[in-house]
Design a protein around this ligand. Sequence first.
Ligand code: CO
Length: 457
Amino acid sequence: MSKLKITETSLRDGHQSLIATRLTTDEILPILKKMDDAGFHSMEVWGGATFDACLRYLNEDPWERLRKIRANVKNTKLQMLSRGQNILGYKNYPDDIVEKFLKNAIYEGIDIVRIFDALNDIRNLQKSISVIKKEGAHCQCAICYTISPVHTIEYYLKLIKEFESEGADSICIKDMSGILLPYEAYNLVKSIKETTKLPVEFHTHCTSGVAQMSMLKAVEAGVDIVDTAISPLSSGTSQPATESLALSLIGTERDPQLNLDSLNAAADYFKDVMKKYMDSGSYNIKVLMTEPKTLQYQIPGGMLSNMIMQMTSLNALDKYEDVLAEVPRVREDLGFPPLVTPMSQMVGAQAVFNVISGGRYKIIPTEIKNYVKGMYGRPTAPISENIREKIIGDEEIITVRPADLLPDEYEKLKAEIGELARTEQDVLSYALFPQVAKEYFEKRSTEIEDIYDELYI
Ligand code: CO
């Protein structure tokens, strides 16, 4: 076995997991050159929630952030996370938006695009795969790892074969809830390595307390790349610490051979940054608390805390245990969707309604109806006749790729946002987050007017 490769996640998943994606570009830039010297395989710096957070909370242009990061990172590949046909948003976008978005991201310096679909429906990834390949970037297809009677090793291997035949350049095991146990990780990686020659990467979260153990077992089973975060942005709901893993493997054939001086410099830098967030209260000790219940209920940590919040606001916290028991039943009714965005929110909300409204499926959110209609893709297991009827009556189920029903939208959106958008990238920001992007553009125009006024008074 050869040297283990490391994807550094601090600048995307690390701060997304610990401080709700609040690192600013100004906080990121000063340490990039040091990180670039560390010898990482790649740095995940964009996508996921970073795009939304830039526009919504930081008054920043996410495209500008990517350009600035690229200008400072010369040796290391830059990686982003995209939700397939949902790109960085929460619904399916038409193909022209997916195409233009990925094209621009790759043009601005993204080398590796990791794509996944919440339902593991390959049809929701096909457009992204073909664009990423055409633009000359590396296309990594991720399986959303979940546990259910239908999510067997055979199921995952079949999915990986599909990824391979669609043109994937590598495979990722994406364990978003941190529920992949050490020996399961070993078996899964081993089986995948026997099935495909493509490089395999392991992504997990420390939420339940097993991530470091599972990562080591994955390394022993021959995983090619693992995702870790520099120590001050690691652990808790984030990834295992980069330095600790690197130090653990010194003297073995899997030693990732990272530059420890660079890692230490980055750690010292981020300790100060994170202290600021701790002092201001944005970095809450709660995200660092190990939550083994995640393993028991197989419910992601974020979903647990969301449901507690909903139950509290509905004054029904006494029914929390009932809701916890209802989640797996709803999941089974709906064909065992993986509990990842947006399915985790949808299943959680339906479970809450089923418990507090005095009857199962008395209240059904539109999203759940659309899901049953096939608008999100194909459920892993078929939905029973009975449940289908309860949720959508005799309405028809679509069998085509959901995005086939969406007409191209770019030109329409471009006209709609008008002069507020200055570039194609602005129009794409608007396509993904209409309200938020518009507000950002408006603020930006007033700021420029202010500068103009100052200059010419
Ligand atoms: Co993650």
